[in-house]
Write a protein that binds this ligand. Structure first.
Ligand code: SF4
Length: 365
């Protein structure tokens, strides 16, 4: 019996697209061949991902707006994180925000045409009191705004996940971050299995799952593919693909940026490996993809708008312009690009999360 060569050995990336649309899983070897392909294959690979994206999501782009509801003061030691106990990064540190501040975040999410408002808190996991507080605020948000709510509160107990679901939370984010093999290299205070357990209790509570990774933390290609395969197995609804933004004061501060071409291959691989998941080009896109950011939306169908947890993001008006220039459309509400752009012809407000005092130098001044 002869064995067919993998589609990638024929440079037939479109065959992978057809198989993805046909429900046939991408093999581990094929996934690795995407990540290791020559850069001169990039546009062909991206076109295969685009075919899948176009078929399943059309021209739509979903926006997400992040609120850092509790910052720093974390007892965990995640090596990429500016909020960990081992980080010396000069970030803002504060306990859980009050209802007024969290509601204000929802207002900004709606203003930014976001489909989803993400409430994110630092820490190993929330106290029951914090879960009650977030639940109470989520009920108020749901009364006032047509927003999806995603909570990222750390490790959750089953009863906490149930309470969040009962309050109206749609989805929980809990990233795998890296493969099981590599996990102990980036964190010693909790395990990969702890993370899987939280995803499991959230699923059991009826919550949608958002889980992704951070690429660029010293992992190998197989680790990146292993995360994709695990997320496919978990049937997560949403996959944020972060690219490490090395922050001074963290153990990974000297790690160099990835190449934009590699980032695009990672996104394409995820689209072909987990075709139906909403794929978000997430944190670190600005510093790693740089001028090739627009190409990411030929594989991904979602992005964060405005700032990240402790770093500034690209200005929302630049994201709106990029999406409109690509011929894509934001899905939430009645998106009118001209109206939206004119809305943003006002001076951009400096974010409270932006710690860069140099006006304009971080894109947030
Ligand atoms: S648990 Fe969350 S907040 Fe704490 S160090 Fe890890 S990533 Fe940062």
């Amino acid at each position: 019996m002869s064995i067919s060569p993998p589609a990638s050995s024929l440079n037939n990336w479109n065959e992978l697209a057809e198989r993805a649309l046909d429900g046939q899983p991408l093999s581990r070897d094929e996934a690795i061949s995407i990540l290791t392909a020559d850069d001169d294959q990039l546009l062909s690979i991206l076109d295969a991902a685009r075919r899948v994206r176009q078929s399943l999501f059309g021209k739509t782009v979903q926006l997400y707006y992040l609120k850092n509801a509790k910052s720093g003061l974390c007892p965990e030691d995640c090596s990429y994180c500016s909020q960990s106990k081992i980080s010396t990064a000069p970030i803002e540190k504060y306990a859980m925000l009050n209802a007024e501040r969290l509601l204000d975040g929802a207002r900004k999410a709606a203003e930014n045409q976001s489909r989803t408002y993400c409430i994110v808190a630092s820490g190993r996991g929330p106290t029951d009191r914090e879960v009650d507080h977030v639940s109470s605020v989520v009920r108020q948000i749901k009364e006032q705004y047509d927003l999806h709510i995603c909570c990222c509160l750390g490790l959750l107990k089953p009863e906490q996940a149930i309470r969040l679901k009962e309050a109206g939370v749609d989805r929980v984010n809990h990233n795998l971050n890296t493969s099981e093999r590599h996990h102990e290299e980036i964190c010693s205070t909790h395990t990969f299995q702890d993370r899987l357990n939280t995803l499991s209790v959230c699923r059991d509570a009826g919550l949608e799952l958002c889980a992704g990774l951070i690429v660029g933390m010293g992992e190998n290609h197989g680790d990146v593919v292993d995360v994709a395969m695990k997320l496919r197995e978990l049937e997560v609804e949403s996959i944020p693909v972060n690219f490490l933004h090395a922050i001074d004061g963290t153990p990974l501060q000297n790690v160099e940026e990835l190449s934009p071409a590699y980032c695009l291959k990672v996104l394409a691989m995820f689209r072909l490996a987990v075709p139906k998941a909403e794929l978000r080009v997430a944190g670190g896109r600005e510093v790693n993809l740089r001028s090739l950011q627009p190409l990411s939306l030929f594989a991904a169908n979602s992005l964060f708008v405005s700032d990240y947890l402790t770093t500034a993001g690209q200005r929302p008006e630049d994201d709106f312009r990029m999406i409109a220039d690509l011929g894509f459309e934001i899905t939430a509400g009645d998106y009118d690009s001209a109206k939206l752009l004119s809305h943003w012809q006002v001076p951009h407000q400096k974010s409270a999360q932006c710690d860069n005092p140099g006006a304009g130098s971080c894109g947030c001044g």
